[in-house]
Design a protein around this ligand. Structure first.
Ligand code: FMN
Ligand code: SF4
Length: 518
């Protein structure tokens, strides 16, 4: 009987040596005359265990990890093909607590299927949502997405159904679906993981968006730093086209839909939707003033849905299992599940999809296992480089858009960076201003000039030059940037700066000269 061995082929696993492991496994299979099929699956998102090799046995999958090429021979000696015991044995991967505690709706197939096999995708429930959508009127599809409570996972948390309704209601000869796969936030990798591990779920979500709004063309704006994701997405689009999922007719529907993958050159601000549209049109990535909203005048001046990868990839499960099913997960106005990405100085870094509502403390201490260095957690930054720093005193905050806003924070794309007690929060505040100065598109003064003045002023504080006066200046500057900037790059940079100042004031006090010289 042919045995199936799964070796992740996603960027995270590749960075940890998965290709070398695959090569070594291929050699063992040949030299031992084993009848084996090797599948390069996506990652399950337990990155401290990657490369995590799995084998399909009569009693289910058995995992081993983290595997290096030098372990492979002994793994075969131990009977890997039958799930034999080895020092790297992890047992049934579904029972590893990090996975067992998750609710995988969007990432249900990631790490399980062959990413570019449409048959495998369908065998695991794929395309059911799209088949349902094909039979529905556009307004009914929009209603189902609206009723599910799905909000944009790119950062702003805007209700997806309302955005789609605006595009549906705006008459035009041509409309577009643009998928924002720029994924510029620190600590985030959910978009990359799903594009590499289950690309058809994004294609399906975009096709549903096309049917819902009357858009016949879709673009995925994918950062050039993700060459592997670009390759997987291009291959999956070709497969979907030849299977009639994309093309002149979507699965026999009267409407067609096709997708093109475009690579972005790597500017953080090109993740901002209007700047992204300029970049997609071949122009400089400068932010556009709103109105007009992209939903009314977007790409090439046409009504355009712009959604994040995870927003679109969450639509198939809504169309498959229903709005109520999805809506039943979560808390308050944050419905469904959220793929939390845990990174930085943390023991168990990875992707954890769960219903909204888990507290920050549970995520960091119980799921993440505290810091990798073993030192106490000092702060966590949630929501990328524009997100606030949370001290342990705020670890009871539930993961929910409104609860985070109440505490002057944001969820953003749900990336969390963990810092231990060696972090210097003055340096982190300076970094936020410097990041803004480097990435600013330059269109408005508070951001373009304010961020540079912010760096200079924080440098003065660090040097002990009139600290009180300069800290007051930093607060004033943050106020101007927050309320005077055109987009969230300048408008949210004050979040990490002010939160560092508020929660860690001791790091902003000048170091006495004698102590500094030690
Ligand atoms: C500076 C800046 C960078 C952004 N980067 C991203 C990004 O990388 N990916 C993303 O999906 N949204 C990003 N956004 C948010 C987008 O502007 C927009 O809100 C999002 O694509 C809408 O999709 P959603 O409703 O599905 O979240 C960024 C916003 C700003 C201000
Ligand atoms: S806030 Fe910064 S990035 Fe945004 S429009 Fe103004 S200058 Fe450009």
């Amino acid at each position: 009987m042919t045995v199936t061995i799964y070796i992740p082929g996603d960027s995270g696993a590749l960075a940890l040596g998965a290709d070398k492991v695959a090569k070594a496994i291929e050699l063992e299979v040949v030299s031992r005359g084993i009848d084996a099929r090797i599948v390069r699956n996506g990652s399950r998102g337990l990155y401290w265990l990657e490369p995590m090799v799995e084998v399909a046995t009569d009693t289910g999958r058995v995992a081993y990890g983290p595997v290096s090429a030098k372990d492979v021979s002994s793994l075969f000696d131990a009977g890997l093909v039958d799930g034999g015991q080895h020092k790297l044995s992890l047992g049934n991967p579904e029972e590893i607590p990090f996975l067992a505690k998750q609710t995988r709706l969007t990432f249900a197939r990631c790490g399980i299927i062959d990413p570019v096999s449409l048959d495998d995708y369908e065998a695991h429930g794929g395309l059911t949502g799209l088949r349902n959508a094909v039979k529905m009127a556009p307004a009914d599809i929009v209603k189902q997405v609206t009723d599910s409570g799905l909000r944009g996972r790119g950062g702003a948390g805007f209700p997806t159904g309302i955005k789609w309704k605006t595009v549906l209601d705006t008459a035009a000869e041509q409309k577009y679906i643009v998928c924002n796969a720029d994924e510029g936030d620190s600590a985030t990798f959910a978009d990359r993981m799903i594009m590499e591990g289950d690309p058809f779920v994004l294609i399906e979500g975009m096709a549903i968006a096309g049917l819902a709004t009357g858009a016949t063309k879709g673009y995925v704006y994918l950062r050039s730093e993700y060459p592997h994701a670009i390759a997987v997405m291009n291959k999956a689009v070709r497969v979907a086209r030849s299977a009639g999922v994309l093309g002149k007719s979507v699965l026999g529907a009267s409407q067609g839909f096709d997708i093109e993958i475009r690579s972005g050159a790597g500017a953080y601000v090109c993740g901002e939707e209007t700047s992204l549209l300029n970049s997609l049109e071949g122009k400089r990535g400068v932010v556009r003033a709103k109105p007009p909203l992209p939903a009314i005048q977007g790409l090439f001046g046409k009504p355009t849905v712009i959604n994040n990868v995870i927003s679109l990839a969450s639509v198939p499960v809504v169309m498959d299992k229903g709005a109520d099913y999805y809506r039943d997960f979560g808390m308050g106005r944050s419905r469904g599940t959220i793929p939390i990405q845990i990174a930085g100085n943390v023991r168990h870094g990875g992707l954890f999809e769960v219903a909204f509502g888990l507290s920050l403390g549970e995520i960091i201490d119980e799921i993440g296992g505290g810091t990798a260095t073993g030192r106490p957690v000092k702060a966590v930054q949630v929501g990328g480089p524009l997100g606030a720093y949370f001290p342990r005193a705020l670890f009871d905050t539930p993961f929910d858009y409104e609860e985070f806003a109440k505490r002057d924070g944001l969820i953003g794309h749900a990336g969390i960076t963990v810092f231990d007690d060696s972090a210097d929060m003055l340096k982190m505040a300076r970094f936020a201003m410097e990041f803004c100065a480097i990435e600013s598109c330059g269109k408005c003064t508070p951001c373009r000039i304010g961020s540079t003045r912010g760096v200079e002023t924080l440098d003065k504080v660090a040097q002990g030059i009139e600290p009180e006066k300069n800290l007051a200046l930093v607060s004033d500057l943050c106020n101007t940037m927050k309320f005077g900037s055109l987009c969230a790059l300048g408008g949210f940079t004050p979040y990490p700066v002010v939160s560092a100042l508020t929660h860690f004031p001791e790091d902003f006090r000048p170091v006495p000269v004698a102590q500094a010289a030690e």
